[in-house]
Design a protein around this ligand. Structure first.
Ligand code: ADP
Ligand code: MG
Length: 289
């Protein structure tokens, strides 16, 4: 039986590098245009102009330009790009915190763009959780109640959510801090609470938008190690956004490089270092070599 299961799990290699069907996150041809007439711009002759000219001619910004990628079940996938390259817009499109202008987004096979309001609420409450740079903790709630917050929204009973929150707090090394308030903790510890809160709802997918950018370098290193450990332990699908290439290379099983709204390369850290196609990546690799 074990052999049969093992054989069934062995997926044949796909030459396009895209996983069909079973991808945890599947994004195809995604566009987000900000401005007065996003649809007209997208369907008109201006869309392939460079960003500055596009903005001058139409008053619109194409923050995400025809982005296609997928994240495999259980994968740690990093999107790296400089500030303004469209990373936050991209990640917000996944749960429609930002409404895409065009393209296809699927989470665990479900068509997010076709989701009903109730389906979207369920997606955001139960299936996808986010960790932000500014931790977004509730200042007047104890740590444990911050962690339990998502479970409370889901309607879990108090005893259940506290038991679960205690469990998750020990998982992120904060067992002794359940009764503290967020402002009694350091930045690094507050972000551990953010991690715990995102984990507590047992989501299918975790999205991280530059969660460590505001932390001191040494703390940031600890937190990177923490996320790698958590990923190994809980095996969740994670999409991690950063502007820091060394962070991307440390965390990512695969990395997408984003520039001016487009993904210009996707590869493993080894592939990116061996054959970078983006000049920023190439410069960086040359500098650390
Ligand atoms: P990043 O997260 O990589 O720094 P963003 O996704 O925040 O990039 O922004 C990408 C581009 O989209 C930027 O040019 C930004 O000014 C523009 N942008 C982001 N949000 C909005 C918005 N709500 N309205 C207009 N332009 C926006
Ligand atoms: Mg951002």
């Amino acid at each position: 039986l074990e052999e049969t299961v093992a054989a069934a799990r062995k997926v044949p290699p796909d030459p396009t590098g895209m996983t069909s069907g079973s991808a945890a996150i599947d994004v195809r041809g995604l566009w987000k245009v900000f401005g007065p007439r996003p649809e007209q711009v997208l369907n008109g002759p201006h869309i392939h102009l460079d960003p500055t000219t596009l903005l001058a001619r139409t008053g619109c910004t194409a923050a995400v330009r025809d982005v296609t990628f997928d994240v495999r079940d259980g994968e740690m996938f990093v999107v790296m790009g400089l500030s303004g390259s469209g990373k936050s817009t991209l990640v917000r499109c996944l749960t429609r915190l930002v409404e895409p202008t065009s393209g296809d987004v699927r989470i665990a096979g479900e068509d997010v763009r076709a989701a009903s309001p109730a389906g979207l609420r369920a997606l955001r409450r139960h299936r996808v959780s986010m960790v932000f740079q500014h931790f977004g903790l509730l200042p007047h709630r104890r740590v444990i109640d911050n962690v339990a917050y998502g479970l409370e929204i889901q309607g879990a009973a108090k005893a259940v959510r506290h038991r679960r929150a205690e469990e998750i707090l020990s998982l992120v090394g904060l067992a002794g801090h359940a009764a503290s308030y967020p402002d009694q903790l350091s930045g690094g510890m507050q972000q551990r609470v953010g991690l715990a809160r995102a984990l507590a709802v047992d989501p299918q997918v975790m999205l991280f938008d530059e969660p460590f950018s505001a932390l001191d370098p040494l703390i940031r290193r600890d937190m990177q190690a923490e996320v790698v450990r958590l990923h190994r332990e809980v095996g969740k699908t994670m999409l991690f956004i950063t502007h820091d290439l060394s962070e991307a290379l440390k965390l990512g099983e695969r990395i997408a490089i984003m520039r001016a709204g487009s993904i210009v390369q996707i590869g493993t850290p080894e592939e990116l270092v061996a054959a970078p196609t983006d000049e920023y990546v190439a410069d960086f690799v040359r500098d650390v070599a």
